[in-house]
Design a binder for this molecule. Structure first.
Ligand SMILES: *[C@@H]1O[C@H](CO)[C@@H](O)[C@H](O)[C@H]1NC(C)=O
Ligand SMILES: *[C@@H]1O[C@H](CO)[C@@H](O)[C@H](O)[C@H]1NC(C)=O
Ligand SMILES: *[C@@H]1O[C@H](CO)[C@@H](O)[C@H](O)[C@H]1NC(C)=O
Ligand SMILES: *[C@@H]1O[C@H](CO)[C@@H](O)[C@H](O)[C@H]1NC(C)=O
Length: 222
């Protein structure tokens, strides 16, 4: 009797595992996107702030009480005089570039209502193109580049973002507040690194763009 019940439980468990995609098991067992990952310590030496080249960093970035605040205007200059890219104020994680393995970026973000069209987090580098993923906020919704909706109604509240990149499998996963939201293939391996802050999209941008970040962390699967 006992072993029958045990077998039924095992069968039920295997059955659920077969039916429900791995990422959704978070709901079932209270799992966290960082489960199985190892924390990679970051220090200030791992932070490079990129900002419009012709103005001091204090005019586009502050770090107060654990909160990084990034802002930029639509008519700001690029981060480098030779660059034709859109304006940005971004924290580039340096010294931890990767080209293989499974990496995870985590941070708590806040985007104020009235600001729109900014990439708030990205993985720079790819075999095809310059970036692996950009996550942009348009009208409070998060989009993959300017296309697929990743999450809705994110204005004026802190949310936790986890971005997992499995380079060997070429897979990306996005979690908001611990819940799986989006997955897609990457664009091939390259010299890869994480960035967060504000980087203006080519179109549909507000004049003023902002994001705030706390508790920025990196993890790696060993
Ligand atoms: C600093 O941040 C903490 C939360 O981490 C908050 O409780 C506190 O009110 C903040 N202090 C100021 C001066 O903003
Ligand atoms: C954002 O602001 C606009 C204009 O003030 C308002 O209509 C809208 O409801 C706000 N959205 C959120 C999510 O607060
Ligand atoms: C990649 O970036 C370079 C330099 O910023 C730019 O000239 C080029 O057009 C970009 N390529 C793509 C595919 O966006
Ligand atoms: C950008 O603006 C155009 C024109 O207003 C609109 O059709 C399009 O849906 C917008 N795209 C995004 C990503 O908001």
């Amino acid at each position: 009797m006992k072993s029958l019940r045990y077998n039924l439980i095992v069968l039920l468990f295997l059955g659920l595992g077969g039916l429900i995609p791995l990422s959704d098991t978070n709901f079932l067992c209270g799992a966290d996107p960082t489960d199985g990952f190892t924390y990679v310590p970051l220090t200030e030496a791992n932070y490079v702030i990129q900002k419009p080249y012709d103005i001091p960093v204090e005019q586009r970035y502050s770090y107060v009480n654990g909160t990084h605040k990034f802002w930029v205007y639509a008519d700001d200059k690029a981060h480098d005089p030779g660059s034709l890219t859109q304006p940005r104020t971004e924290l580039r994680v340096t010294g931890l570039d990767y080209s293989s393995g499974v990496w995870q970026f985590e941070g708590h973000a806040f985007v104020p209502n009235g600001t729109s069209g900014q990439t708030i987090v990205q993985i720079h580098g790819a075999a095809h193109g310059n970036t692996t993923i950009l996550l942009r906020i348009f009208e409070g919704n998060m989009r993959y580049y300017s296309s697929d909706i990743v999450a809705k109604n994110l204005y004026d509240k802190w949310f936790r973002l986890n971005l997992i990149h499995d380079v060997n499998k070429g897979k990306l996963k996005v979690f908001i507040d611990g819940k799986f939201k989006f997955h897609i293939h990457d664009q091939g391996p390259g010299d890869l690194y994480f960035k967060c802050g504000v980087y203006a999209a080519p179109r549909n941008i507000s004049y003023y763009m902002e994001s705030r970040w706390r508790d920025i962390k990196l993890y790696k699967m060993l």
